[in-house]
Design a protein around this ligand. Structure first.
Ligand code: GTP
Ligand code: MG
Length: 207
């Protein structure tokens, strides 16, 4: 079953107040700079370059709304956000991005779930753990999406997931739902789209 019939760029913003009206369910993709947010969105929507990607970290600098199934009865949004933790960015820029992301997360009433992207090759990083903790404190639903799985063998993937789980268990009573993906091999596409499709059913128009 192909749940994504079409995908189109809608708007980019630096000011979260100017994002589209929150009348459709939306999913925000976030994680460290270069983790593969834009590539994953392109993979999900079957388009090579809908979201701009780059091997240089810090490519995505704005909040980008992509509308899914615009012509259908129930459209929804995928949102590409700038990454956090880009070491080389000037402090002023970093603070600006952080403020933008914080405001975005606080005000999008239609945000169904934050997709927290984590490079499967790396050990649990304090910056990702802290970001997820902030989401938890603010009661913002999120799932973990491990990226770049094509760069590892099956055994190494299992090991990496188990190690991450151990770290999460020291902080969380229950482990958030997780997905293993690759923008290269398209691993995890059906699972991720299926998850968003079923989560869409819980959407209610903000009052
Ligand atoms: P920023 O917008 O800078 O925060 O980065 P981003 O998280 O959007 O990452 P982007 O999608 O631009 O990808 C960064 C680099 O990783 C690019 O060189 C991609 O080709 C590569 N990449 C992304 N996803 C995958 C993947 O699943 N497998 C492999 N092998 N490479 C990937
Ligand atoms: Mg990007």
């Amino acid at each position: 079953m192909e749940y994504i019939k079409s995908a189109a760029f809608e708007v980019s913003n630096s000011d979260p107040a100017k994002c589209p009206r929150p009348d459709k369910p939306e999913y925000a993709f976030i994680g460290r700079s270069n983790v593969g947010k834009s590539s994953l969105i392109n993979m999900l929507v079957n388009k090579k370059a809908l979201a701009k990607t780059s091997s240089t970290p810090g490519k995505t600098q704005l909040i980008n709304h992509f509308i899914i199934n615009k012509e259908e009865r129930k459209p929804w949004y995928l949102v590409d956000l700038p990454g956090y933790g880009f070491a080389k960015a000037p402090l002023k820029e970093k603070e600006k991005w952080e403020r933008m992301i914080r405001t975005y997360l606080a005000r999008r009433e239609n945000l169904m779930c934050v997709m927290v992207l984590i490079d499967i090759r790396h050990d649990a990083r304090p910056i990702d753990l802290a970001f997820m903790e902030q989401l938890g404190e603010n009661e913002i639903p999120f799932v973990m999406v491990f990226t770049k799985a094509d760069k590892m063998g099956a055994g190494a993937i299992e090991k990496s997931l188990a190690a991450y789980e151990q770290v999460m268990l020291t902080r969380w009573a229950a482990i958030p739902e997780r997905f293993v993906t690759s923008a290269e091999s398209r691993l995890g596409r059906d699972e991720l789209i299926g998850f968003m499709h079923s989560t869409n059913r819980g959407f209610e128009l903000p009052k």
